[in-house]
Design a protein around this ligand. Structure first.
Ligand SMILES: Nc1ncnc2c1ncn2[C@@H]1O[C@H](COP(=O)(O)OP(=O)(O)OP(=O)(O)O)[C@@H](O)[C@H]1O
Ligand SMILES: [Mg+2]
Length: 353
């Protein structure tokens, strides 16, 4: 079976610990996204699973077998590298089928796979070119084609779409996901792009500074972020995190005591999280327009609410002048409460309906 399990994986270079006691599993046929900001240890983790980097501690299991000491070639997986890793002296076609040749696959089968994957990633016309004669996006597609052609049950992908333009990236997202489901592949996909993570993943492992911040489905991570860090990382624009201050009658919005206490009062040591798309305009508490950002399908309004600027996402075109007063409200279940000290989600959050 093509399942993967990491038990207490650590990686240090000298004194710097970049991966810290990582535990997670990927089921056979699952699409798992490793998400997190630049430098949090995603590529290092992927390379340790592939066997390209030694672990400092911990064990890697594939299909129930401890492969921690196994060479990459014995792990039954293919990998798409962030840096493409193409052979400069081979042309596109030769790069794509190189691994198949090494595995002594027959000529007819090789040609068949080459034709299929080249069409899939749109490289048909470029098979005779050398990597140096390709754009970054085209090189990235060669790397992708090479790993798809391998047809290994496990594929590890490190930011495979980062150099493609928006339209191609969208198309490739759909293609990769469809292909993974059709072939029943187990995929670990590294990205720092939350849109890729949300649209492709069965499950997301969100990393921060070498550790797991939250491990959940896209729906869960959006609806119940485990910390203010997750809340800010997932969602566009990110969730508003409103500071509270002590008032006479309970916690008030920092800088706007005149609005009155928040009910039910969460206490002032709380960050009140509200997603921009959950704020309604028209009635409620007063804020002042700072900026209007029209996106076509919707408008993002930045507004001064007490001491902070919050963002509101409203459908369609919203007209207002800078400085104009608008009124904001949100349903009680749209509020997320985080501990202002350690950023963790509080236990007394309203249940989503
Ligand atoms: N060979 C190395 N020697 C020393 N430090 C390294 C080495 N490779 C990576 N690092 C450090 O380890 C940390 C994690 O790097 P890694 O490449 O895993 O991050 P990442 O999450 O993939 O980031 P990005 O999104 O920018 O690709 C970084 O601080 C990086 O500088
Ligand atoms: Mg990386």
């Amino acid at each position: 079976m093509a399942d993967i399990r990491l038990e207490g994986i650590c990686k240090s270079w000298g004194d710097s610990r970049v991966v810290k006691d990582l535990h997670f599993s990927v089921k056979a046929g699952e699409f798992l996204v490793l998400l997190g900001p630049s430098g949090c240890g995603k590529s290092t983790t992927l390379r340790m699973i592939a066997g390209l980097e030694e672990v400092s501690a911990g064990r890697v299991f594939i299909g129930g077998t401890d492969v921690t000491g196994h060479a990459p070639s014995r792990r039954g997986l293919s990998m798409v590298f962030q840096s493409y890793a193409l052979f400069p002296h081979l042309n596109v076609a030769e790069n794509i089928v190189f691994g198949l040749k090494v595995r002594r696959l027959g000529r007819a089968e090789r040609d068949e796979r080459l034709k299929r994957v080249a069409a899939l990633v749109g490289l048909d016309g470029l098979l005779d070119r050398k990597p140096a004669q390709l754009s970054g996006g085209q090189r990235q597609r060669v790397a992708l084609a090479r790993s798809i052609a391998a047809e290994h049950p496990i594929c590890l992908m490190d930011e495979p779409l980062s150099n493609l333009d928006a339209k191609l990236r969208h198309d490739m997202r759909v293609e990769i996901r469809a292909l993974q489901q059709r072939l029943g592949m187990t995929v670990i996909y590294v990205t720092h792009d939350q849109v890729e993570a949300m649209s492709m993943a069965d499950r997301i492992v969100l990393m921060r500074d070498g550790r797991i911040e939250q491990e959940a489905t896209p729906e869960e991570i959006y609806a119940r972020p485990a910390s203010d860090f997750v809340a800010r990382f997932i969602g566009l624009p990110p969730m508003n995190l409103i500071r509270l201050a002590p008032g006479t009658d309970g916690a008030v919005i920092d800088g706007a005591p005149e609005i009155g206490a928040i009910h039910p009062s969460p206490g002032h040591d709380t960050l009140l999280g509200i997603r921009p798309e959950h704020i309604r305009l028209g009635q409620g508490i007063a804020a002042r327009v700072v900026a209007i950002d029209y996106h076509g399908a919707d408008t993002v309004i930045s507004a001064q609410l007490g001491a902070q600027v919050v963002q509101i996402r409203a459908p369609g075109r919203f007209h207002a002048q800078s400085g104009e007063e608008i009124r904001l409200s949100w349903p009680p279940e749209a509020a997320h409460l985080f501990d202002a000290g350690n950023g963790m989600r509080r236990a007394d959050n309203p249940r989503p309906t």
